[in-house]
Write a protein that binds this ligand. Structure first.
Ligand SMILES: Cc1cc2nc3c(=O)[nH]c(=O)nc-3n(C[C@H](O)[C@H](O)[C@H](O)COP(=O)(O)O)c2cc1C
Length: 223
């Protein structure tokens, strides 16, 4: 099973990256193959609105040849996707929002007599701010993805308001690890395996993952 993590922050070692890495480690623990990509690693052109009621031109693959198209291909071939975004004025970051708009080409396959290409993918959401808006942004992401046909597992959302110190927000960190675990378990269930879809309240696991991420990102004295 493949779980793709898309980070919506310009900071490679920021709070969004920290909690996304934690989620991916949770997914790996459940046997997932994971990939971390950043929405800031290339240009994602804004959606030009090919979709129209009379003439639905919007279909996968998207017409733009850019980094956004490469990300859409990664989403298309993943079993599960986790977005982790900084909270920018009670919304996801610009590049992530543009990518979501571009995902319309996956969803709009329904206009061509096919199921939405998001149907059956499992989705988790993480939001990191310095002040407020976590449930708002996480809720937005989950609402949008379920409306595209994705499946949200239980405990599929995590948020922190500790900014680039999110790794030290142990409640949020455990929640993020559970986003990864539950995304992976839900994928397994959909593939016919028997899995418990319950919250894993394992403080020892959380501390182990915290230590690893601090080492990997070289956060020693900086957070
Ligand atoms: C343009 C902009 C808007 C922001 N708006 C909010 C906000 O509405 N709520 C909040 O809690 N933090 C807000 N912040 C703070 C960031 O979410 C915070 O710095 C966070 O750590 C960024 O995530 P990162 O460390 O992964 O880059 C904003 C930051 C910027 C640059």
């Amino acid at each position: 099973m493949k779980v793709l993590g898309i980070c919506g922050s310009p900071h490679k070692d920021g709070g969004s990256a920290q909690l996304l890495l934690a989620a991916l480690k949770g997914a790996q623990r459940e046997g997932a193959e994971t990939e971390f990509v950043s929405a800031y690693d290339g240009e994602i052109k804004p959606c030009k609105g090919c979709i129209q009621d009379e003439e639905p031109d919007c279909k996968y693959p998207c017409v733009f040849e850019d980094f956004g198209k490469a990300l859409l291909e990664k989403i298309y071939s993943a079993d599960g996707v986790i977005f982790s975004t900084p909270i920018y004025w009670f919304a996801p970051s610009g590049p992530l929002k543009v990518l979501i708009d571009r995902m319309t080409c996956l969803e709009n396959m329904v206009a061509f007599g096919e199921p939405s290409y998001m149907e059956g993918k499992v989705f988790g959401a993480i939001a990191v701010g310095a002040d407020a808006g976590g449930p708002y942004v996480g809720g937005y992401l989950i609402t949008t993805m379920t409306c595209m046909g994705a499946i949200i597992p239980p405990w599929g959302i995590a948020y922190s308001h500790k900014g680039n110190r999110a790794i030290h927000d142990e409640k949020a960190l455990l929640d993020a690890i559970n986003v990864g675990i539950l995304v992976a378990r839900m994928i397994a269930v959909l593939k016919g395996q028997k899995k418990e879809l319950s919250f894993v309240d394992d403080v020892e696991l959380m501390r182990k993952i915290k230590k690893k991420i601090i080492e990997e990102l070289g956060l020693g004295g900086s957070t």
